[in-house]
Design a protein. Structure first.
Length: 505
Protein backbone atom coordinates (compact mmCIF):
# COMPACT_ATOMS: atom_id res chain seq x y z
CA UNK A 1 0.00 0.00 0.00
CA UNK A 2 2.98 2.39 0.20
CA UNK A 3 3.03 3.05 -3.59
CA UNK A 4 -0.62 4.09 -3.39
CA UNK A 5 0.09 6.57 -0.57
CA UNK A 6 3.03 8.08 -2.46
CA UNK A 7 1.03 8.53 -5.65
CA UNK A 8 -1.82 10.06 -3.69
CA UNK A 9 0.54 12.54 -2.09
CA UNK A 10 2.05 13.37 -5.50
CA UNK A 11 -1.40 13.93 -6.97
CA UNK A 12 -2.34 16.15 -4.04
CA UNK A 13 0.80 18.21 -4.59
CA UNK A 14 -0.29 19.08 -8.15
CA UNK A 15 -3.88 19.74 -7.12
CA UNK A 16 -2.99 21.99 -4.21
CA UNK A 17 -0.61 24.25 -6.11
CA UNK A 18 -2.14 27.72 -6.20
CA UNK A 19 -1.60 30.50 -8.73
CA UNK A 20 -1.37 34.18 -7.99
CA UNK A 21 -3.49 36.10 -10.47
CA UNK A 22 -3.83 39.84 -10.80
CA UNK A 23 -4.83 42.46 -13.30
CA UNK A 24 -3.07 45.79 -13.56
CA UNK A 25 -6.26 47.59 -14.64
CA UNK A 26 -8.95 47.96 -12.03
CA UNK A 27 -12.66 48.30 -12.45
CA UNK A 28 -14.20 51.54 -13.71
CA UNK A 29 -14.06 54.59 -11.44
CA UNK A 30 -17.31 55.62 -9.77
CA UNK A 31 -19.11 58.75 -11.04
CA UNK A 32 -18.64 62.04 -9.18
CA UNK A 33 -21.63 63.27 -7.15
CA UNK A 34 -22.54 66.92 -7.79
CA UNK A 35 -24.98 69.09 -5.78
CA UNK A 36 -28.48 69.33 -7.22
CA UNK A 37 -28.06 73.10 -7.75
CA UNK A 38 -24.59 72.75 -9.25
CA UNK A 39 -23.56 75.15 -12.02
CA UNK A 40 -20.01 75.19 -13.39
CA UNK A 41 -18.06 78.35 -12.67
CA UNK A 42 -17.76 80.57 -15.75
CA UNK A 43 -13.99 80.29 -15.98
CA UNK A 44 -13.98 79.34 -19.67
CA UNK A 45 -15.35 80.74 -22.91
CA UNK A 46 -15.90 78.70 -26.07
CA UNK A 47 -14.76 81.13 -28.76
CA UNK A 48 -15.70 78.84 -31.66
CA UNK A 49 -17.57 75.52 -31.78
CA UNK A 50 -18.19 73.27 -34.80
CA UNK A 51 -20.40 70.24 -34.28
CA UNK A 52 -20.41 67.44 -36.89
CA UNK A 53 -23.33 65.03 -36.55
CA UNK A 54 -23.26 61.82 -38.59
CA UNK A 55 -26.62 60.11 -39.14
CA UNK A 56 -25.47 57.68 -41.84
CA UNK A 57 -25.49 54.69 -39.49
CA UNK A 58 -27.98 53.19 -37.08
CA UNK A 59 -26.37 55.07 -34.19
CA UNK A 60 -25.45 58.71 -33.69
CA UNK A 61 -21.80 59.67 -34.17
CA UNK A 62 -20.89 63.20 -33.13
CA UNK A 63 -17.61 65.09 -33.28
CA UNK A 64 -17.14 68.53 -31.74
CA UNK A 65 -14.15 70.80 -32.29
CA UNK A 66 -14.15 73.69 -29.84
CA UNK A 67 -11.65 76.43 -29.05
CA UNK A 68 -11.66 76.96 -25.27
CA UNK A 69 -10.25 80.11 -23.66
CA UNK A 70 -9.48 80.57 -19.97
CA UNK A 71 -11.15 83.83 -18.90
CA UNK A 72 -10.30 83.44 -15.20
CA UNK A 73 -7.36 84.97 -13.38
CA UNK A 74 -5.97 81.59 -12.31
CA UNK A 75 -4.89 78.53 -14.28
CA UNK A 76 -7.65 75.98 -14.76
CA UNK A 77 -7.41 72.18 -15.05
CA UNK A 78 -11.04 70.96 -15.20
CA UNK A 79 -13.47 71.60 -18.04
CA UNK A 80 -17.15 70.61 -17.70
CA UNK A 81 -18.59 69.00 -20.81
CA UNK A 82 -22.39 69.24 -20.90
CA UNK A 83 -24.83 66.86 -22.59
CA UNK A 84 -28.65 66.76 -22.57
CA UNK A 85 -30.15 64.52 -19.90
CA UNK A 86 -32.01 62.39 -22.46
CA UNK A 87 -28.72 61.51 -24.20
CA UNK A 88 -26.38 61.25 -21.23
CA UNK A 89 -27.22 57.67 -20.24
CA UNK A 90 -27.15 56.57 -23.91
CA UNK A 91 -23.63 57.81 -24.61
CA UNK A 92 -21.28 55.03 -25.57
CA UNK A 93 -17.58 55.72 -26.00
CA UNK A 94 -16.62 59.34 -25.28
CA UNK A 95 -13.12 60.66 -25.72
CA UNK A 96 -11.50 64.09 -25.62
CA UNK A 97 -8.15 64.98 -27.16
CA UNK A 98 -5.99 68.06 -27.41
CA UNK A 99 -6.03 68.87 -31.13
CA UNK A 100 -2.64 70.60 -30.91
CA UNK A 101 -0.98 67.58 -29.25
CA UNK A 102 -2.65 64.38 -30.54
CA UNK A 103 0.47 62.39 -29.67
CA UNK A 104 -0.39 62.78 -25.97
CA UNK A 105 -3.45 60.58 -26.42
CA UNK A 106 -6.77 61.01 -24.68
CA UNK A 107 -7.46 63.40 -21.87
CA UNK A 108 -8.79 61.94 -18.65
CA UNK A 109 -12.61 62.16 -18.61
CA UNK A 110 -14.68 61.47 -15.49
CA UNK A 111 -18.44 60.92 -15.45
CA UNK A 112 -20.80 62.46 -12.90
CA UNK A 113 -23.90 60.99 -11.30
CA UNK A 114 -27.16 61.61 -13.14
CA UNK A 115 -29.46 64.15 -11.52
CA UNK A 116 -32.98 64.03 -13.06
CA UNK A 117 -33.69 67.57 -11.88
CA UNK A 118 -31.05 69.02 -14.23
CA UNK A 119 -31.57 69.55 -17.96
CA UNK A 120 -27.85 69.08 -18.57
CA UNK A 121 -25.54 66.41 -17.22
CA UNK A 122 -21.77 66.78 -17.08
CA UNK A 123 -18.50 65.03 -17.80
CA UNK A 124 -15.34 66.43 -16.18
CA UNK A 125 -12.41 66.76 -18.59
CA UNK A 126 -9.04 66.93 -16.83
CA UNK A 127 -6.37 68.76 -18.80
CA UNK A 128 -2.93 67.18 -18.95
CA UNK A 129 -1.50 70.60 -17.96
CA UNK A 130 -3.31 73.55 -16.33
CA UNK A 131 -4.47 76.14 -18.85
CA UNK A 132 -2.98 79.56 -18.07
CA UNK A 133 -5.17 82.71 -17.97
CA UNK A 134 -6.05 84.13 -21.42
CA UNK A 135 -4.65 80.96 -23.04
CA UNK A 136 -6.56 78.76 -25.45
CA UNK A 137 -6.80 75.03 -26.12
CA UNK A 138 -8.56 73.29 -28.99
CA UNK A 139 -10.47 70.21 -27.88
CA UNK A 140 -11.58 67.40 -30.15
CA UNK A 141 -14.62 65.74 -28.54
CA UNK A 142 -16.10 62.61 -30.10
CA UNK A 143 -18.75 60.23 -28.86
CA UNK A 144 -21.44 57.85 -30.05
CA UNK A 145 -25.02 57.66 -28.80
CA UNK A 146 -27.00 54.41 -28.89
CA UNK A 147 -30.74 54.15 -29.51
CA UNK A 148 -30.99 57.86 -30.33
CA UNK A 149 -33.30 57.58 -33.38
CA UNK A 150 -37.05 56.96 -33.53
CA UNK A 151 -38.83 55.36 -36.52
CA UNK A 152 -41.71 57.42 -37.89
CA UNK A 153 -44.13 55.91 -38.57
CA UNK A 154 -43.48 53.34 -35.86
CA UNK A 155 -45.12 50.58 -37.96
CA UNK A 156 -44.99 50.16 -41.74
CA UNK A 157 -46.04 47.62 -44.34
CA UNK A 158 -43.54 45.05 -45.51
CA UNK A 159 -42.79 46.80 -48.83
CA UNK A 160 -42.82 50.38 -47.43
CA UNK A 161 -39.74 52.51 -46.94
CA UNK A 162 -38.50 53.27 -43.46
CA UNK A 163 -37.99 56.77 -42.03
CA UNK A 164 -36.15 57.78 -38.87
CA UNK A 165 -36.30 61.00 -36.87
CA UNK A 166 -33.59 62.71 -34.87
CA UNK A 167 -34.19 65.57 -32.42
CA UNK A 168 -31.51 67.95 -31.18
CA UNK A 169 -30.90 71.60 -30.36
CA UNK A 170 -29.57 74.15 -32.84
CA UNK A 171 -27.61 75.57 -29.91
CA UNK A 172 -25.02 73.06 -28.79
CA UNK A 173 -25.33 72.10 -25.10
CA UNK A 174 -22.57 73.79 -23.15
CA UNK A 175 -21.68 74.76 -19.61
CA UNK A 176 -20.00 77.93 -20.87
CA UNK A 177 -20.78 80.80 -23.22
CA UNK A 178 -20.27 80.04 -26.92
CA UNK A 179 -19.27 83.00 -29.09
CA UNK A 180 -19.88 81.42 -32.51
CA UNK A 181 -21.14 77.96 -33.41
CA UNK A 182 -22.60 75.84 -36.19
CA UNK A 183 -23.86 72.29 -36.67
CA UNK A 184 -23.30 70.13 -39.73
CA UNK A 185 -25.59 67.14 -40.34
CA UNK A 186 -24.54 64.28 -42.60
CA UNK A 187 -27.58 62.23 -43.72
CA UNK A 188 -27.67 58.82 -45.43
CA UNK A 189 -29.79 60.03 -48.40
CA UNK A 190 -31.25 63.12 -50.06
CA UNK A 191 -34.80 61.99 -49.23
CA UNK A 192 -35.50 64.24 -46.22
CA UNK A 193 -39.23 64.98 -46.21
CA UNK A 194 -39.22 66.96 -42.95
CA UNK A 195 -36.70 69.20 -41.24
CA UNK A 196 -36.94 72.27 -39.02
CA UNK A 197 -36.03 75.68 -40.47
CA UNK A 198 -34.98 78.61 -38.28
CA UNK A 199 -34.69 82.40 -38.42
CA UNK A 200 -31.59 82.49 -36.23
CA UNK A 201 -29.51 84.00 -39.02
CA UNK A 202 -30.02 85.88 -42.26
CA UNK A 203 -30.57 83.65 -45.27
CA UNK A 204 -31.63 80.04 -45.47
CA UNK A 205 -31.15 77.97 -42.37
CA UNK A 206 -30.25 75.19 -42.77
CA UNK A 207 -28.12 75.36 -45.89
CA UNK A 208 -28.41 72.20 -47.98
CA UNK A 209 -25.71 70.64 -50.11
CA UNK A 210 -26.41 67.08 -51.24
CA UNK A 211 -26.87 65.00 -48.10
CA UNK A 212 -25.34 67.68 -45.84
CA UNK A 213 -27.41 70.18 -43.84
CA UNK A 214 -25.68 73.06 -42.02
CA UNK A 215 -27.35 74.99 -39.21
CA UNK A 216 -25.55 78.27 -38.54
CA UNK A 217 -23.10 79.80 -38.04
CA UNK A 218 -24.74 81.64 -35.17
CA UNK A 219 -23.46 84.52 -33.06
CA UNK A 220 -24.41 83.29 -29.59
CA UNK A 221 -22.21 85.47 -27.37
CA UNK A 222 -25.35 86.87 -25.73
CA UNK A 223 -27.15 83.52 -25.46
CA UNK A 224 -27.13 82.01 -21.99
CA UNK A 225 -25.32 78.64 -21.65
CA UNK A 226 -27.76 75.73 -21.80
CA UNK A 227 -30.31 77.50 -23.99
CA UNK A 228 -32.14 75.07 -26.29
CA UNK A 229 -33.68 75.56 -29.75
CA UNK A 230 -35.45 72.32 -30.81
CA UNK A 231 -34.70 70.89 -34.26
CA UNK A 232 -36.29 67.74 -35.74
CA UNK A 233 -35.08 65.97 -38.88
CA UNK A 234 -36.95 63.09 -40.54
CA UNK A 235 -35.05 61.17 -43.20
CA UNK A 236 -35.19 57.94 -45.17
CA UNK A 237 -33.22 55.02 -43.80
CA UNK A 238 -33.94 51.86 -45.77
CA UNK A 239 -31.61 49.71 -43.72
CA UNK A 240 -32.02 47.74 -40.49
CA UNK A 241 -31.22 49.33 -37.15
CA UNK A 242 -29.03 46.49 -35.86
CA UNK A 243 -28.72 46.36 -32.08
CA UNK A 244 -27.04 43.71 -29.96
CA UNK A 245 -28.50 43.88 -26.46
CA UNK A 246 -25.71 41.55 -25.34
CA UNK A 247 -22.53 40.16 -26.91
CA UNK A 248 -20.55 37.50 -25.07
CA UNK A 249 -17.17 36.82 -26.64
CA UNK A 250 -14.86 33.99 -25.50
CA UNK A 251 -11.21 33.66 -26.54
CA UNK A 252 -9.78 30.34 -25.34
CA UNK A 253 -6.01 29.88 -25.44
CA UNK A 254 -4.55 26.38 -25.69
CA UNK A 255 -0.76 26.02 -25.49
CA UNK A 256 -0.87 22.24 -25.95
CA UNK A 257 -3.01 22.43 -29.08
CA UNK A 258 -1.44 25.65 -30.38
CA UNK A 259 -4.97 26.93 -30.96
CA UNK A 260 -7.01 30.06 -30.29
CA UNK A 261 -10.71 29.17 -30.21
CA UNK A 262 -13.14 32.08 -30.58
CA UNK A 263 -16.87 31.99 -29.90
CA UNK A 264 -19.30 34.90 -29.94
CA UNK A 265 -22.89 34.75 -28.65
CA UNK A 266 -25.33 37.42 -29.85
CA UNK A 267 -28.72 38.57 -28.66
CA UNK A 268 -29.71 40.64 -31.70
CA UNK A 269 -32.63 43.02 -32.22
CA UNK A 270 -33.84 45.24 -35.06
CA UNK A 271 -34.86 48.65 -33.67
CA UNK A 272 -36.47 49.81 -36.92
CA UNK A 273 -40.14 50.22 -37.80
CA UNK A 274 -42.29 47.24 -36.89
CA UNK A 275 -44.45 45.35 -39.39
CA UNK A 276 -47.96 46.74 -39.72
CA UNK A 277 -49.39 43.46 -41.05
CA UNK A 278 -48.34 39.82 -40.95
CA UNK A 279 -45.20 38.71 -42.74
CA UNK A 280 -45.77 37.71 -46.37
CA UNK A 281 -43.41 35.16 -47.88
CA UNK A 282 -44.59 36.07 -51.40
CA UNK A 283 -43.75 39.75 -50.98
CA UNK A 284 -40.44 38.84 -49.40
CA UNK A 285 -39.47 36.56 -52.32
CA UNK A 286 -40.50 39.26 -54.80
CA UNK A 287 -38.48 41.99 -53.09
CA UNK A 288 -35.44 39.71 -52.82
CA UNK A 289 -35.65 38.82 -56.51
CA UNK A 290 -35.88 42.50 -57.49
CA UNK A 291 -33.15 43.42 -54.96
CA UNK A 292 -35.33 46.12 -53.41
CA UNK A 293 -34.06 47.91 -50.29
CA UNK A 294 -35.44 46.53 -47.05
CA UNK A 295 -35.33 47.53 -43.39
CA UNK A 296 -34.99 43.88 -42.33
CA UNK A 297 -31.78 42.02 -41.55
CA UNK A 298 -31.24 39.69 -44.50
CA UNK A 299 -27.67 38.62 -43.88
CA UNK A 300 -24.59 39.48 -41.84
CA UNK A 301 -21.15 39.55 -43.43
CA UNK A 302 -18.52 38.51 -40.95
CA UNK A 303 -14.84 39.17 -41.87
CA UNK A 304 -12.44 36.79 -40.14
CA UNK A 305 -8.70 37.03 -39.63
CA UNK A 306 -6.41 35.27 -42.14
CA UNK A 307 -6.01 31.57 -41.35
CA UNK A 308 -9.39 31.19 -39.64
CA UNK A 309 -10.76 27.64 -39.94
CA UNK A 310 -13.68 25.48 -38.77
CA UNK A 311 -16.37 28.22 -38.64
CA UNK A 312 -19.85 27.38 -37.33
CA UNK A 313 -23.17 29.22 -37.06
CA UNK A 314 -25.73 27.94 -34.52
CA UNK A 315 -28.99 29.45 -33.31
CA UNK A 316 -31.55 28.29 -30.74
CA UNK A 317 -32.77 25.49 -33.04
CA UNK A 318 -29.38 24.15 -34.09
CA UNK A 319 -26.88 24.44 -36.90
CA UNK A 320 -27.85 26.99 -39.57
CA UNK A 321 -27.02 25.69 -43.03
CA UNK A 322 -27.83 28.98 -44.81
CA UNK A 323 -24.31 30.30 -44.29
CA UNK A 324 -21.30 30.43 -46.56
CA UNK A 325 -17.62 30.54 -45.67
CA UNK A 326 -15.03 31.92 -48.06
CA UNK A 327 -11.42 31.44 -46.95
CA UNK A 328 -8.88 34.02 -48.06
CA UNK A 329 -7.30 33.21 -51.43
CA UNK A 330 -3.91 34.14 -50.03
CA UNK A 331 -2.69 33.63 -46.44
CA UNK A 332 -2.59 37.39 -45.80
CA UNK A 333 -6.17 38.09 -46.89
CA UNK A 334 -9.16 38.06 -44.55
CA UNK A 335 -11.67 35.24 -44.76
CA UNK A 336 -15.40 35.92 -45.01
CA UNK A 337 -18.28 34.22 -43.24
CA UNK A 338 -21.69 35.16 -44.65
CA UNK A 339 -24.46 34.50 -42.15
CA UNK A 340 -28.05 34.28 -43.39
CA UNK A 341 -30.58 33.86 -40.55
CA UNK A 342 -33.43 31.36 -40.86
CA UNK A 343 -35.86 34.24 -41.42
CA UNK A 344 -35.57 37.98 -42.18
CA UNK A 345 -35.44 40.03 -38.99
CA UNK A 346 -37.88 42.93 -39.23
CA UNK A 347 -38.30 45.84 -36.82
CA UNK A 348 -39.04 44.71 -33.27
CA UNK A 349 -37.93 41.12 -33.99
CA UNK A 350 -35.19 39.33 -32.02
CA UNK A 351 -32.67 36.70 -33.05
CA UNK A 352 -30.06 34.98 -30.88
CA UNK A 353 -27.21 32.89 -32.25
CA UNK A 354 -23.60 31.91 -31.77
CA UNK A 355 -20.70 31.85 -34.19
CA UNK A 356 -17.21 30.44 -33.69
CA UNK A 357 -13.96 29.54 -35.40
CA UNK A 358 -10.34 28.55 -34.72
CA UNK A 359 -6.98 30.21 -35.41
CA UNK A 360 -3.36 29.24 -35.14
CA UNK A 361 -2.19 30.50 -31.75
CA UNK A 362 1.25 31.52 -33.06
CA UNK A 363 -0.39 34.37 -34.98
CA UNK A 364 -1.49 36.05 -31.75
CA UNK A 365 0.92 34.81 -29.05
CA UNK A 366 4.58 35.65 -28.44
CA UNK A 367 7.06 35.01 -25.66
CA UNK A 368 7.98 38.12 -23.71
CA UNK A 369 11.48 39.41 -24.43
CA UNK A 370 13.96 38.32 -21.79
CA UNK A 371 11.68 35.75 -20.12
CA UNK A 372 10.96 32.13 -20.99
CA UNK A 373 7.88 31.94 -18.75
CA UNK A 374 6.03 35.13 -19.80
CA UNK A 375 3.72 35.39 -22.80
CA UNK A 376 2.08 38.29 -24.62
CA UNK A 377 -1.30 37.74 -26.29
CA UNK A 378 -2.57 40.36 -28.76
CA UNK A 379 -6.13 39.82 -29.98
CA UNK A 380 -9.02 41.94 -31.29
CA UNK A 381 -11.31 43.19 -28.53
CA UNK A 382 -14.39 42.55 -30.69
CA UNK A 383 -14.84 41.48 -34.31
CA UNK A 384 -18.47 41.01 -35.23
CA UNK A 385 -20.36 41.64 -38.47
CA UNK A 386 -19.33 44.48 -40.75
CA UNK A 387 -22.32 46.38 -42.15
CA UNK A 388 -22.66 49.74 -43.88
CA UNK A 389 -25.56 50.63 -41.58
CA UNK A 390 -23.45 49.92 -38.50
CA UNK A 391 -24.01 47.76 -35.43
CA UNK A 392 -24.52 49.04 -31.88
CA UNK A 393 -23.79 46.96 -28.77
CA UNK A 394 -25.59 47.80 -25.55
CA UNK A 395 -23.38 45.48 -23.48
CA UNK A 396 -20.23 43.53 -24.36
CA UNK A 397 -18.53 40.89 -22.19
CA UNK A 398 -15.15 39.71 -23.48
CA UNK A 399 -13.62 36.74 -21.70
CA UNK A 400 -10.03 35.66 -22.35
CA UNK A 401 -9.64 32.09 -21.07
CA UNK A 402 -5.94 31.37 -20.44
CA UNK A 403 -4.31 27.97 -19.87
CA UNK A 404 -4.59 26.29 -16.51
CA UNK A 405 -1.95 27.66 -14.17
CA UNK A 406 -1.55 31.04 -15.89
CA UNK A 407 -0.85 33.74 -13.31
CA UNK A 408 0.21 37.36 -12.91
CA UNK A 409 -2.28 38.45 -15.57
CA UNK A 410 -2.00 42.00 -16.90
CA UNK A 411 -3.89 43.71 -19.70
CA UNK A 412 -4.08 46.96 -21.59
CA UNK A 413 -5.85 48.51 -24.56
CA UNK A 414 -3.83 49.75 -27.50
CA UNK A 415 -4.70 53.38 -28.13
CA UNK A 416 -4.20 55.24 -31.39
CA UNK A 417 -3.91 58.89 -32.41
CA UNK A 418 -7.52 58.71 -33.61
CA UNK A 419 -10.59 57.05 -32.14
CA UNK A 420 -10.55 53.26 -31.88
CA UNK A 421 -14.13 53.01 -30.64
CA UNK A 422 -13.16 51.91 -27.12
CA UNK A 423 -13.30 53.74 -23.79
CA UNK A 424 -10.21 54.15 -21.66
CA UNK A 425 -9.08 51.25 -19.47
CA UNK A 426 -10.44 53.00 -16.35
CA UNK A 427 -13.98 52.78 -17.84
CA UNK A 428 -13.80 49.02 -18.41
CA UNK A 429 -14.85 46.63 -15.65
CA UNK A 430 -12.23 43.92 -15.26
CA UNK A 431 -12.44 40.68 -13.28
CA UNK A 432 -10.14 37.67 -13.02
CA UNK A 433 -11.76 34.35 -12.08
CA UNK A 434 -11.46 30.60 -12.55
CA UNK A 435 -13.09 28.75 -15.44
CA UNK A 436 -13.35 24.98 -15.07
CA UNK A 437 -13.88 22.68 -18.03
CA UNK A 438 -13.42 18.99 -18.78
CA UNK A 439 -10.36 17.34 -17.19
CA UNK A 440 -9.24 20.54 -15.41
CA UNK A 441 -7.53 20.29 -12.04
CA UNK A 442 -7.21 23.83 -10.66
CA UNK A 443 -9.34 25.55 -13.25
CA UNK A 444 -8.28 27.90 -16.01
CA UNK A 445 -7.59 31.57 -15.47
CA UNK A 446 -10.25 33.76 -17.11
CA UNK A 447 -9.99 37.52 -17.61
CA UNK A 448 -13.43 39.12 -18.10
CA UNK A 449 -13.83 42.65 -19.46
CA UNK A 450 -17.26 44.31 -19.50
CA UNK A 451 -18.15 47.45 -21.46
CA UNK A 452 -21.51 49.20 -21.89
CA UNK A 453 -22.34 51.12 -25.05
CA UNK A 454 -20.07 50.09 -27.92
CA UNK A 455 -20.38 50.43 -31.68
CA UNK A 456 -18.78 48.56 -34.57
CA UNK A 457 -16.07 51.24 -34.66
CA UNK A 458 -14.33 49.09 -32.06
CA UNK A 459 -13.80 46.28 -34.58
CA UNK A 460 -10.20 47.36 -35.20
CA UNK A 461 -9.30 47.76 -31.52
CA UNK A 462 -6.71 45.50 -29.91
CA UNK A 463 -6.21 44.17 -26.40
CA UNK A 464 -2.85 42.94 -25.08
CA UNK A 465 -2.84 40.33 -22.30
CA UNK A 466 0.42 39.42 -20.57
CA UNK A 467 0.71 36.41 -18.26
CA UNK A 468 3.22 33.98 -16.76
CA UNK A 469 3.04 30.30 -17.71
CA UNK A 470 5.98 28.01 -16.89
CA UNK A 471 6.84 24.51 -18.12
CA UNK A 472 5.74 23.19 -14.72
CA UNK A 473 2.28 24.73 -15.28
CA UNK A 474 2.05 23.09 -18.68
CA UNK A 475 2.93 19.65 -17.30
CA UNK A 476 0.56 19.86 -14.32
CA UNK A 477 -2.50 18.47 -16.11
CA UNK A 478 -0.90 15.50 -17.98
CA UNK A 479 1.15 14.49 -14.94
CA UNK A 480 -1.87 14.77 -12.62
CA UNK A 481 -4.05 12.75 -15.00
CA UNK A 482 -1.34 10.14 -15.44
CA UNK A 483 -0.83 9.88 -11.69
CA UNK A 484 -4.56 9.58 -11.13
CA UNK A 485 -5.00 6.85 -13.73
CA UNK A 486 -2.00 4.96 -12.38
CA UNK A 487 -3.48 5.24 -8.90
CA UNK A 488 -6.77 3.79 -10.15
CA UNK A 489 -4.98 0.88 -11.85
CA UNK A 490 -2.92 0.11 -8.75
CA UNK A 491 -6.03 0.29 -6.57
CA UNK A 492 -7.89 -2.03 -8.97
CA UNK A 493 -4.95 -4.46 -8.94
CA UNK A 494 -4.82 -4.39 -5.13
CA UNK A 495 -8.56 -4.96 -4.81
CA UNK A 496 -8.38 -7.79 -7.34
CA UNK A 497 -5.75 -9.57 -5.27
CA UNK A 498 -7.75 -9.50 -2.06
CA UNK A 499 -8.83 -12.95 -0.95
CA UNK A 500 -12.56 -12.77 -0.29
CA UNK A 501 -13.26 -16.49 -0.43
CA UNK A 502 -14.87 -18.31 2.51
CA UNK A 503 -12.46 -20.70 4.17
CA UNK A 504 -12.48 -22.86 7.24
CA UNK A 505 -10.53 -21.44 10.13
Amino acid sequence: MRPISALTALCGLFLSTSSFVCADSTSSSSPVALPSDFKPAQVFKNTNLVRNTNLEKSYLRETINVVVENVAKQAQSDYYLALPSDLYDKVGVLEVRDKSAPEKGRLNVQATEIDPSRDLQYYIVHFSEPLAPSSQITLGISYSVLNSFSPRPAAIKQMDRQYLTYSFSAYAPSAYTIVTQKTKLKLPSTNVPEYTTTDLKSGADPERLGTSYTYGPYDTAQVAPGTSYPIVVRYEFTKPVITASLLERDLEVSHWGGNLATEERYWLRNNGSELLDHFSRVEWTLSSYQQLPSSSIRELKYPLKPGSVDPYFIDDIGNVSTSRYRPGKVPSRDASLELRPRFPIFGGWNYSFRVGWNNDLSTFLRRAVGSSDSYVLKVPFIEGPKASEGVQYEKVVVRVILPEGARNVRWEMLDKASSNGLPSSSQIQAEVSEHKTFMDTLGRTALSLTVDGLTDEARDSQIVVTYDYSLWDGLRKPVTITAGLFTVFVAAWAVGNLDVSIKKR
